[in-house]
Design a protein around this ligand. Structure first.
Ligand SMILES: [Zn+2]
Length: 239
């Protein structure tokens, strides 16, 4: 399985889509207990550390949030840096729903007209208190793996989107595997060693077929967008 993963050499042209920074560092985040529960090979362990702990030295945005920012800008046709996106989005009247703080992107969007942050448990992603067709963009970052019924949650995202809108999101994705439900397995938690909070329990381990749930939820398409393969991928689902 893991031997099918390939790592590109560091890309000299890679720039942070948020601030344009070109210097990156990795602060490892995976501990031994989680690696064992997740059955991570050494390569997969490195991949997840890079995905979650790799970050821009200038603005601190981690790689998965960079992937999300790049995908949001691409699907909405914005060319520039994410630091300018909140203003652009507001000027165009775009309505953006952020479900749980999306990594470190919230600070670029918060306070802008049209931005709404929904947090658990005030808002349950599987039954959201918004009228259908309310938003141009629904975003979430590494939230879906903690939702008991992810297809139902994605169907809710689709319901609240306007025609032509996009649901852009990340999950901790291991491209050398297929998606697996942890239902019936011993509980595994993200966050930090010994956290054990119910919010952080993992229901789904995501793999190469992560797109499938979006289609099961009724979306007509789901694109995989690579900011950096294989550690910085975002999914973009549209009607
Ligand atoms: Zn940056």
């Amino acid at each position: 399985m893991a031997d099918r993963l390939e790592f590109r050499p560091p890309d000299a042209a890679l720039a942070c889509p948020c601030c344009g920074g070109t210097e990156f560092a990795v602060a490892p985040v995976i501990w031994k207990g989680l690696a064992e529960e997740w059955r991570l090979s050494p390569e997969e362990w490195r991949l997840v550390d890079e995905q979650q702990g790799g970050h821009c030295r200038r603005c601190g945005t981690n790689l998965r949030s960079q992937a999300l920012a790049a995908a949001m800008m691409k699907v909405t046709g914005f060319q520039g840096l994410f630091v300018q996106y909140g203003e652009w989005m507001a000027a165009r009247g775009l309505q953006v729903l952020e479900i749980n703080p999306a990594g470190s992107l919230t600070r670029f969007l918060a306070g802008r007209p049209g931005h709404r942050l929904a947090t658990y448990p005030d808002v349950d992603m599987m039954a959201m208190p918004y009228a259908g067709g309310s938003f141009d963009l629904v975003i979430h970052s590494d939230t879906l793996e903690h939702v008991r019924h992810p297809v139902r949650a994605l169907a809710e995202c689709r319901r609240v989107l306007k025609p032509g809108g996009h649901c852009v999101y990340t999950v901790p994705l291991l491209p050398g595997r297929l998606t697996l439900s942890r239902e019936g397995m011993p509980p595994s938690y993200h966050g930090s060693p010994g956290a054990g909070a119910a919010d952080y329990v993992v229901w789904t381990e995501y793999g190469a077929d992560a797109w499938r749930q979006a289609l099961e939820a009724g979306f007509g398409e789901c694109r995989i967008m690579a900011h950096k393969f294989p550690s910085a991928l975002a999914l973009a689902a549209a009607a």
